[in-house]
Ligand binder design. Structure first.
Ligand SMILES: [Zn+2]
Length: 259
């Protein structure tokens, strides 16, 4: 099977920009909720699963406090990952591996749709997601996670770099700060001119990447966040194409190559 790369967004959120940069509070901003499927000769991999369609009918009951910070949620069932996979001819049951950047509401929502897959996650993120610190408790949705405790997890250690298929195509890189067990995914496609770095929430926007000291109001550890940004800037400087976590302009530009 030839490698193929499918970027999707599970709709959009409108949030206060201050959540992203800790500067422009009161300015509202619509951003994508990226998730990806990658076909590889040895399996079909999903990186991040977006927002969970199960909560759309009654968001207050499903998400509770988790959605209070959003100005609006613009998501239909057709935007969510199972439907998006269907549009490119992938049955969720065919997905062999799910790599999760972290387990927040907009990244791990659809875990339950992949009960047979192997989940490649950081051990530190799993334990934190189940019992986060009080200031981060609303960012993980118990209803999204409650059926997933006995799934098949490959739990990576802090700092470990993990090559999913042993051929350099997909490499998990620990980028803590936003959460303790956050990871980004380096992707090498044989027919794309540059290696790609799927940053997820280690770097929301091009502005974040520059390492402005006042960046990001939603944060587990600011020191670690900046160390991870330094690492991501290094990848940019050696020629990686950066895929930011929540930047509409960059997203719209990047996906053109994969339309
Ligand atoms: Zn997050």
């Amino acid at each position: 099977m030839k490698m193929r790369f499918h970027p999707f967004t599970s709709g959009t959120y409108v949030v206060d920009r201050g959540i992203m940069d800790d500067i422009n509070w009161g300015q509202y901003y619509e951003h994508p909720i990226p998730m990806f499927a990658i076909r590889h000769p040895k399996g079909i991999v999903v990186f991040d699963t977006g927002h969970n369609h199960r909560g759309l009918k009654d968001p207050q009951a499903w998400y509770g406090k988790s959605i209070e910070g959003f100005k609006s949620i613009n998501i239909t069932e057709g935007d969510c990952l199972p439907a998006q996979l269907g549009k490119v001819g992938i049955d969720p049951a065919e997905v062999t591996h799910v790599v999760l950047s972290h387990l927040h509401i907009d990244h791990a929502g659809e875990m339950e749709s992949f009960p047979k897959a192997r989940f490649v996650v950081r051990a530190a993120e799993l334990s934190y997601a189940w019992w986060p610190a009080p200031n981060m408790r609303h960012t993980y949705v118990v209803n999204d996670l409650k059926e997933t405790r006995f799934f098949n997890y490959l739990e990576l250690r802090d700092g470990e770099e993990f090559d999913v298929f042993g051929d350099g195509a997909l490499t998990c890189i620990h980028t803590p700060g936003h959460t303790p067990g956050h990871q980004s995914l380096a992707v090498r496609l044989p027919d794309h001119d540059k290696p790609m770095m799927l940053c997820a929430d280690a770097c929301y926007t091009p502005f974040t990447l520059e390492g402005n000291p006042y960046c990001a109001g939603l944060m587990w550890n600011l020191d670690e966040f900046h160390r991870s940004l330094g690492r991501l800037r290094h990848y940019r400087d050696i020629g990686y194409e950066m895929w930011y976590g929540h930047d509409m302009a960059a997203w719209t530009e990047r996906i053109k190559a994969f339309g």
